[in-house]
Ligand binder design. Structure first.
Ligand SMILES: *Cc1c(COP(=O)(O)O)cnc(C)c1O
Length: 446
């Protein structure tokens, strides 16, 4: 095993729970506005609960991320991870900024096409690509990232019947020192499976091996794991050159950078590396590997959560307070785990949305569902809240609006605040008509 590289230690100022001038812990300071738009006005106009996204924050995040890589490496491309948030308005912001699309299903693929992304700027990942979708992707000259041998054979068949050559990459899984390993996706590096796949591709007249891809996990807290991943992809690229005289055009390091959320069960303060720190490790690794300058690969990133989590808010309202049999206080909100999927792994920060009492109480925050697991926070310290009071839940921009479920309650409106502070509905609240439009009652039951 290779010796681990020395990583410079760094100190970071802790701000969690700090007091402000009034002696109020910063976590409890009311949040009355988002991008200068009042929370109350949004709820009055669009109802409660309601998701709000800040276009300003999204663009800021994207520009900071691309700068982190562009200032260190000459050829960088981001591809927006559709499954993180595939509302068209949101995708179009990323595409306007210059992002390609990274999709993991057929409907995401068609969404990207309909959003105007050129076929050759769509990366098609995932283990379940239907043959008809593979064909569509080949016809559109998209970048197919092969996940398993079965897919590789289907692809060769489709290309030979179309008499077309497809541009492909393989997804590679590997030991980066982070466990459990995500070895269910792609071809394994250490066992030689990845090289075996490369061998098959190199020998096929229908496939052109263009890139190498790894997505090592999500919410990764180790920059060094990306150094390992980049090194292993570089080593594979070098084998491609040596054994098959193939110059790999791009290395795709996937997504996985963490957002600044609080993971459940995190004890104390866990520092989250910044995009700059990831960029430093990844770009240094590739630049120092020894590619000829003409053959330096394009670096692709498929970041999702880090670019959008803190641009999303959920506004909600208190329905009731009650005492539990063991004496604990409980507060029932009008939003629950049905629309806040990420509450299963994050302790989301929640702020009162109006001037609040300085006295805090420990409370369990429940959602409105008639379902025992509907717990938004098992334990949170909040000022006294009464029925009708509003709260702001922070950092819910990633994965909630794609993983939300229609169970008992309908999905609410999504509102975008644009760069000028105007607000727009970008997805309407669902209603009974929407819910029933795909239902069919057989004749005998009418
Ligand atoms: C989900 C996913 C991403 C985005 O991951 P984040 O952790 O949100 O950055 C990127 N690439 C692939 C292949 C994915 O499945």
């Amino acid at each position: 095993m290779e010796k681990l590289k020395y990583e410079r230690p760094f100190l970071r100022k802790m701000s969690a729970g700090m007091m402000d001038k009034s002696g109020m812990p910063s976590d409890l300071i009311p949040v009355t506005h988002i991008d200068e738009v009042s929370v109350k006005s949004i709820i009055t106009k669009y109802g409660s609960p309601v998701f709000v996204l800040s276009e300003k924050q999204i663009r800021h995040n994207y520009q900071a991320a691309i700068r982190a890589f562009n200032t260190r490496y000459p050829k960088v491309q981001f591809a927006w991870s559709y499954k993180t948030h595939y509302n068209n308005a949101i995708c179009k912001i990323f595409h306007q900024e210059g992002s390609w699309a990274e999709v993991v299903s057929g409907f995401e693929y068609r969404k990207a096409l309909q959003n105007g992304v050129p076929g050759n700027h769509i990366i098609f990942n995932g283990p379940d690509k239907h043959p008809a979708e593979i064909q569509l992707a080949v016809e559109n000259d998209s970048l197919l990232h092969i996940d398993h041998f079965e897919e590789l054979y289907i692809l060769i068949e489709i290309c030979s019947s179309l008499k077309k050559k497809a541009r492909v990459a393989i997804r590679v899984n590997m030991d980066t020192g982070i466990y459990p390993m995500w070895d269910r996706f792609g071809f394994n590096f250490e066992s030689g499976q990845a090289l075996a796949a490369i061998n098959k591709i190199a020998k096929s007249e229908h496939l052109s091996l263009t890139g190498l891809h790894a997505h090592i996990g999500t919410y990764m807290l180790s920059t060094q794991a990306y150094g390992v991943a980049a090194t292993k992809l570089c080593e594979l690229a070098s084998e491609c050159k040596k054994q098959y005289n193939i110059a790999i055009k791009y290395l795709d390091l996937g997504g996985g950078f963490p957002s600044a959320n609080t993971l459940k069960g995190a004890i104390g303060f866990v520092p989250t590396p910044t995009v700059d720190e990831f960029a430093e490790v990844i770009t240094n690794t590739i630049l120092n590997f020894g590619f000829k300058s003409a053959e330096l690969p394009l670096l692709i990133l498929e970041s999702g959560r880090v670019l959008i989590d803190d641009a999303g808010y959920l506004l909600g309202t208190v329905l009731a307070n009650k005492k539990l049999s063991d004496g604990r206080k409980a507060t029932i909100m009008d939003f629950g785990v049905n629309i806040m999927f990420t509450s299963f792994w994050y302790d989301h920060k929640i702020s009162p949305a109006q001037e609040a009492s300085q006295y805090t109480e420990e409370t369990v925050l429940y959602g409105p569902l008639c379902m025992n697991i509907d717990i938004v926070r098992e334990w949170v310290s909040l000022p006294l809240l009464n029925r009708g009071d509003h709260v702001v839940v922070h950092k819910v921009g990633a994965y909630n609006m794609t993983q939300w479920m229609q169970f008992i309650a309908m999905r609410p409106n999504i509102v975008l605040i644009d760069m000028q502070g105007n607000n727009h509905i970008i997805r309407k609240a669902e209603n009974l008509e929407y819910l029933e439009q795909l239902e069919v009652v057989p004749e005998h039951l009418k």
